[in-house]
Design a binder for this molecule. Structure first.
Ligand SMILES: [Cu+2]
Length: 119
C-alpha cells in the first residue's frame, strides 16, 4: 500500500485492502521528518489526544499495531504488518516547539487518515 507523508497529510492508496500481510511503502514527500503510526480504531475521534499528541499509553489494549519512527523528508521506508479486518487510523504524532514558542502538532495540522481492512 503506497503511503505518502507530507505537510500536512497522510495518504494511503488504496484506502481499503484485504486482510492479511500488508506492506506499507512509505514516502516522506515533505521537508520535515514524519512518522507513521498504525492504530486499530474506528475513527480519529477515538484517539486519546493530549497536548497535540496521541497518548499511546491511553489506547485500548492491542489497538497500537505498530509505528515507523520519524524519518527525514525525501526518504522512503517500508514496514509490514499482519492486519485483520477492521477500521484503522494512520497518523503522525510528532509535536514540535517552534523558535517563537508555538506548538506545532502534526496530528492537528492534518496528518491523520483512515483506512479499512476488508475480510
Ligand atoms: Cu509529521
Amino acid at each position: 500500500m503506497a503511503t505518502t507523508l507530507d505537510e500536512w497529510s497522510i495518504t494511503a492508496e488504496p484506502d481499503e485492502v484485504p486482510a492479511g500481510t500488508i506492506t506499507f511503502d512509505i514516502t516522506n514527500a515533505g521537508a520535515e521528518p514524519h512518522e507513521l503510526v498504525v492504530v486499530d480504531a474506528a475513527s480519529p475521534d477515538d484517539l486519546p489526544v493530549a497536548n497535540g499528541a496521541v497518548d499511546e499509553a491511553a489506547l485500548p489494549d492491542g489497538a497500537l499495531i505498530g509505528e515507523v519512527e520519524g524519518f527525514p523528508g525525501g526518504q522512503t521506508c517500508s514496514r509490514t504488518f499482519e492486519l485483520v479486518a477492521g477500521d484503522y487510523v494512520l497518523f503522525c504524532t510528532i509535536v514540535e516547539t517552534e523558535a517563537d514558542g508555538t506548538i506545532e502538532s502534526h496530528l492537528e495540522e492534518g496528518m491523520v487518515s483512515e483506512f479499512t481492512v476488508s475480510s
